[in-house]
Design a protein around this ligand. Structure first.
Ligand code: HEM
Length: 304
């Protein structure tokens, strides 16, 4: 399934999407600046930008994003009962199945249409697999991005000297985004894996068949791998972080995410150089109970 969509994530294609991303970000900033202060950067900027950009790539209308957000939240909320999570997963799959059916009937210039057409020629995947892939791509590129935009903005506001180096190009966009992805490690619930054979890690023996949760957030704060890991510092090398995963299932959207986040943070802080938290950092409502870490709201002010 990866090989069917990998071309959509190569640099040439991602660069061709840049003008549309720029338009979405610029108009979201204009709308945000029209709000009265303080305003919530997560609700009024991070979510709309993330949903419009991933929606544009895949061909999913952004006016459905409230439904997608609510169902996704219930699936990813670790306190949801299995019944509630399952019911919402079915509703979400039905939603994506209808989108895929619509694209099969009248294809457009978007990823889902191209996926449907490629599969029709190669007979390579079932309808269920196409719907599953579509949902995975949307979810992979939606909530993760919204949370990194929100937490990343808060982290940059709190590190003005790092922010200045990023805006003045003393550190590259790629360095800053990788450092933010390492530092924030929003996939904090652990990646589930099963051992195919006996493995010894440190003093621990993991037996064949055992389940493990790979905690990328703790790997990304490992003192043996990073200098001062609890500090946001884009000048120290952090490209070897595992915030995008590792190996066979490493994030397919990593390059797309880097380009999008570089654009988002650069535009946001250039257009609103006085962006500040409207509450103390300690009082922010962090999402510990969700599969993806983040903040529920991020009240900010930006001056005149
Ligand atoms: C900063 C933002 C992002 C972070 C931190 C992130 C993180 C991750 C991580 C840790 C994995 C590995 C999961 C595993 O091994 O079980 C992953 C996989 C994946 N990501 Fe991302 N991701 C981001 C953005 C995106 C975007 C923008 C897209 C799509 C446009 C995307 C689509 C996917 C997909 C489809 C997979 C599954 C790949 C596979 O199983 O082969 N991600 N991501």
């Amino acid at each position: 399934m990866r090989s069917l969509v990998i071309r959509e994530f190569l640099n040439e294609h991602v660069q061709s999407l840049l003008p549309e991303m720029q338009r979405i970000v610029a108009s979201a900033i204009l709308e945000f600046k029209n709000l009265s202060q303080p305003a919530d950067l997560i609700e009024h900027f991070a979510y709309p930008v993330a949903s419009q950009i991933i929606g544009g790539l895949l061909g999913v209308p952004s006016n459905d994003s409230a439904f997608v957000q609510e169902t996704t939240d219930r699936i990813l909320d670790r306190v949801s009962s299995p019944e509630v999570a399952e019911e919402n997963a079915f509703a979400l799959m039905k939603f994506f199945a209808e989108i895929v059916a619509g694209k099969s009937a009248s294809p457009a210039n978007d990823l889902i249409s191209r996926l449907v057409q490629t599969v029709a020629v190669s007979h390579g995947a079932s309808g269920e697999e196409i719907v599953g892939t579509t949902a995975l791509l949307f979810l992979g590129g939606y909530d993760t991005m919204a949370q990194v935009i929100g937490l990343g903005a808060a982290a940059l506001i709190r590190s003005p000297e790092q922010l200045a180096k990023f805006i003045d190009d003393e550190v590259s966009g790629a360095q800053m985004i990788d450092e933010l992805v390492r530092y924030l490690s929003v996939n904090h619930a652990g990646l589930p894996r099963a051992a195919l054979e006996d493995v010894i890690i440190g003093d621990t023996k993991i037996k064949r068949g055992d389940g493990v949760l790979v905690m990328i957030n703790s790997a990304n704060r490992d003192c043996a791998a990073f200098h001062e890991p609890d500090r946001l510092n884009a000048e120290t090398p952090s490209r070897h972080h595992v915030g995008f995963g590792h190996g066979l299932h490493k994030c397919i959207g990593a390059h797309f995410a880097r380009v999008e986040l570089d654009l988002v943070f650069r535009s946001l802080f250039q257009e609103m150089p006085n962006l500040s938290l409207a509450t103390s950092f300690e009082d922010l409502d962090f999402r510990d109970d969700m599969v993806l870490y983040g903040a529920r709201t991020l009240p900010v002010t930006w001056g005149n």
